[in-house]
Design a protein around this ligand. Structure first.
Ligand SMILES: [Zn+2]
Length: 384
């Protein structure tokens, strides 16, 4: 989308910063309206709870209105005989769309959403739910879930632009696919994590994204890098570009995840790996290897009774559990029944370091300077 945007003329809006001056190129005319995202809220389930506050209408896949009403008490969604059931109502459609009218909010499994939802039948009496929501409302629903909402507003603005860039990239890459984002991409809780303060912060940066060489890119971010962010190539195997190749970070030392140590039972590690169909027993050692610029392991080597096994380090961390093994920048020690991991940082280490961004904001850096630090050689562009 933005690849077609060539810098024929950059109409710069100068934003003065306490630390340096940064330009947000104003291409607000590029998109005539806020893009709409398709977000997979629930995948392939047999049952969900729906409630609607206010008036609503239900349309079939041909946009014909098949039902409307005023408020809906909490009702069960389920499939029988090829029909979609909501409470005691039955719709003989493979897919229906529910739209809250006049600010009516849709509540799905106790989370409120402001967009439209589509209930789409799958095989074996299962269904998925996809929300259609404008990008700015989506970012408002992400911001308070991805960063503590009480943090400095410059850090929150940097996070808003980071999330918007990531989302625009996903929308570009997934194009006409059934959905652009799922719940693994970003933490999102609809209207439930919004607040007037956060909505204003999103509004302050409305339509602003980062580009490198006038291309949108996957603006990864994480909690704490532990001293140096990591190269996207080493963590995700993607082509390295300057904004995602890793920078020094002298800002996240105060994060409680900057340095950590944790003891995990071998049997627990074996069980968790087994759940992901990686079978090891009697672990002898686990080593992070192929260290990147931020000293995060690109791979891990597990020596056990099954011999020596190598795997992608980030996959290993997610299998063991990101709330147990905080990062892949670790040393480890065999204690007999357990392994002690001592490491740095929380998360994959690529892109914005959130604790670092907060510390920069507290030191007086503005959001533009924070982004230029963590994503070198970017331009900031307003696209709508
Ligand atoms: Zn950091």
């Amino acid at each position: 989308m933005i690849a077609t945007l060539l810098p024929a003329m950059s109409v710069g809006t100068h934003l003065s910063c306490q630390r340096g001056t940064t330009v947000v190129h104003d291409y607000g005319h590029l998109l005539d309206k806020i893009p709409v995202l398709r977000v997979l809220l629930i995948n392939d389930t047999r049952e969900a709870q729906l409630a609607i506050n206010g008036s609503y209408q239900i349309t079939g896949s041909l946009t014909n209105i098949i039902d409307q009403g005023q408020g809906l008490q909490k009702s069960k969604i389920f499939i029988t005989n090829g029909c979609i059931n909501i409470g005691n109502k039955q719709y003989n459609n493979s897919e229906i769309r529910i739209t809250g009218l006049r600010d009516g909010a849709i509540e799905l499994n106790n989370i409120r959403y402001r967009g439209e939802i589509r209930i789409v039948q799958q095989f074996n009496n299962k269904f998925s739910v996809i929300e259609e929501v404008d990008l700015e409302s989506f970012i408002s629903g992400v911001l308070g879930s991805e960063m503590p909402p009480t943090w400095d507003e410059e850090a929150l603005r940097a996070q808003a632009v980071t999330a918007r860039t990531y989302v625009m990239y996903k929308k570009k890459v997934r194009g006409n696919e059934a959905y652009h984002l799922d719940m693994l991409d970003l933490a999102y809780r609809g209207m439930s994590s919004e607040s007037p303060r956060l909505n204003k912060i999103v509004q302050d940066t409305k339509g602003v994204v980062m580009v490198y060489n006038w291309n949108i890119f996957p603006a990864y971010f994480h909690s704490t890098c532990g001293g140096h962010t990591e190269d996207v190539q080493s963590v995700f195997g993607k082509d390295s570009i300057p904004p995602l190749s890793g920078v020094m970070c002298n800002y996240c030392n105060n994060s409680k995840y900057s340095r950590w140590s944790t003891d995990i039972n071998k049997s627990e590690i074996e069980r968790r790996l087994g759940d992901a169909k990686v079978y090891v027993s009697n672990i002898y050692s686990i080593k992070a290897i192929n260290l990147g610029a931020g000293k995060h392991g690109s791979r891990v080597e597990i020596v056990s009774a099954n011999g020596s096994k190598e795997m992608n380090a980030n996959d290993f961390r997610l299998m063991v559990g990101p709330n147990y093994l905080y990062s892949t920048a670790f040393d480890s020690k065999n204690n007999g029944k357990s392994i002690t991991f001592s490491g740095r940082g929380w998360g994959h280490g690529v892109g914005l370091c959130q604790y670092g961004a907060q510390a920069m904001a507290e030191k007086g850096f503005q959001w533009t300077a924070i982004l230029k630090h963590y994503y070198p050689k970017i331009e900031l562009v307003r696209v709508y």
